[in-house]
Write a protein that binds this ligand. Structure first.
Ligand SMILES: [Zn+2]
Length: 133
């Protein structure tokens, strides 16, 4: 007899019949231990984590997005979307600035201009002016 683990089977279970109770318990245990169920759960978790990582990447915090996506799925995506972006390091002094700032709050350099300059041109500048930066 192939008993199926369902709410109907549970509702119609005769609790005085111990064999029937054991058969339903076995059927439900088989369902919960089914490899295809676990593959679905793991695949869904991996997909939610990947989407969370992509959303976090846009904020400069991919690992943070991955963890929230894996832990809470679509709710974690909302957490990531509502969160503030990560602070960005200044190309000149390497100290962190909040996103959206035009000038570094530590050394005062224009962040867009400094980011557009290559590291090679910074090196050339520092050798010309003969000073440490
Ligand atoms: Zn700076």
């Amino acid at each position: 007899m192939a008993l199926e683990c369902s709410l109907d089977a549970l509702r119609n279970l005769d609790q005085s019949d111990l064999d029937a109770v054991q058969a339903l318990l076995d059927a439900c245990t088989r369902t919960l231990l089914s490899p295809s169920l676990w593959l679905w759960a793991l695949g869904l978790t991996a997909a939610c984590a990947a989407i969370g990582a992509l959303l976090g990447l846009a904020k400069g915090r991919w690992l943070w997005g991955l963890v929230w996506g894996a832990a809470l799925g679509p709710l974690g995506w909302i957490v990531v979307l509502l969160s503030a972006a990560a602070d960005r390091p200044c190309p000149e002094c390497a100290r962190l600035n909040p996103p959206g700032r035009k000038r570094c709050r530590h050394c005062g350099v224009d962040l867009a201009v400094a980011a557009a300059r290559s590291s090679r041109s910074r090196l050339r500048d520092s050798t010309r002016s003969n000073e440490w930066r």
